[in-house]
Design a protein around this ligand. Structure first.
Ligand SMILES: NC(=O)c1ccc[n+]([C@@H]2O[C@H](COP(=O)([O-])OP(=O)(O)OC[C@H]3O[C@@H](n4cnc5c(N)ncnc54)[C@H](O)[C@@H]3O)[C@@H](O)[C@H]2O)c1
Length: 281
């Protein structure tokens, strides 16, 4: 018996990075999977990888029309839905507020919040009755940026904080039939996370940051010294999406490699007393 036998799982934003890894793990755990993805080139790759095994739809989570068409396709093919996993997102290029042109704030805010927050709310609304029929689950993606500064810029961090609140409120409203939880990753290997068009950064990816520099910094700061792959996060999502999770609702799991488990950044990533050269007197 696998974790997701008898589960139909929908992953929004499943074309690359986290969502793709989650989709692979859900399949490995026996789920029947549907994926919604906005980028046509990623949809092509999905079709090449999964063929008919997965229901793949090009669409935008900001569009009720696209979500309702997806819902109709899921009902037609599977007749049910057991879990909705939200993985889509865009980031803000870490731009400090002071450097953000005032005349771009409206469009930047709308773009970030529409994809990162409204997309999750619309999906929850469109699929709630299907999920309720099967004692289903919702799993949404926040970030450590929701908990501490410098995980993104202001707009990204605020949008991820909003996702935590969406998890809290929906867990309350949808209980007892639907469990609603979140995951807050710190960093994800192979991410293609894109910047906002409002700043002309839609072609810029988080992965454009020189990989070795980023990895070196992450290993210095995170006690587990390992940047997890999307598939590694996939296990956690698969559990939260499954009916095996009879334990939690309204929780956002901080999956941070131990990053927040330190009050002060000492030299190096391991505890080792006071570094030579710092002791005086
Ligand atoms: N990369 C990181 O280090 C990191 C850390 C913490 C949290 N996250 C979060 O993890 C999630 C996945 O990010 P990722 O790093 O795998 O990036 P990614 O860009 O590889 O994956 C996101 C996917 O969502 C799709 N998407 C974007 N807008 C969409 C829309 N309107 N409708 C449908 N699909 C849409 C993208 O095309 C992409 O395929 C995001 O919510 C991100 O904020 C990422």
């Amino acid at each position: 018996m696998q974790l997701l036998d008898d589960h139909v799982v929908l992953i929004t934003g499943g074309g690359s990075g986290l969502g793709l890894g989650v989709a692979r793990q859900c399949l490995a755990e026996g789920a029947q999977v549907a994926i919604m993805e906005i980028a046509p080139d990623k949809v092509e790759h999905l079709v090449a990888e999964f063929g008919d095994r997965v229901l793949i739809r090009q669409g935008d989570v900001r569009s009720v029309t696209d979500l309702e068409a997806l819902r109709a396709a899921i009902v037609e093919r599977y007749g049910r839905l057991d879990a909705l996993i939200g993985c889509q997102g865009i980031f803000d290029g870490n731009l400090p507020l002071r450097e953000t042109p005032v005349d771009r704030i409206d469009s930047l805010f709308d773009e970030l919040f529409h994809v990162n927050v409204k997309g999750y709310i619309l999906s929850a609304r469109v699929f709630v009755d299907l999920l309720e029929e099967n004692d289903g689950a919702i799993v949404l993606t926040s970030s450590t940026a929701a908990y501490a500064a410098d995980g993104g810029g202001l707009f990204y961090s605020a949008s991820k904080g909003a996702v935590r609140s969406v998890v809290n409120q929906l867990a309350f409203e949808f209980a007892p039939r639907i469990r609603v939880n979140g995951v807050a990753p710190s960093g994800i290997a192979n991410s293609q996370l894109q910047g906002p068009a409002a700043l002309g950064l839609e072609k810029v990816k988080q992965s454009d940051i020189p990989k070795e520099d980023f990895l070196e910094q992450f290993r210095m700061l995170a006690p587990l010294q390992h940047l997890p792959t999307p598939e590694e996060y996939g296990w956690l999502y698969a559990f939260l999406a499954s009916r095996r999770n009879t334990l939690m609702t309204g929780q956002t799991i901080v999956a941070d490699q131990g990053l927040f488990n330190r009050a002060v950044i000492s030299f190096g990533s391991k505890a080792g007393g006071i570094p030579v050269g710092v002791v005086t007197g």
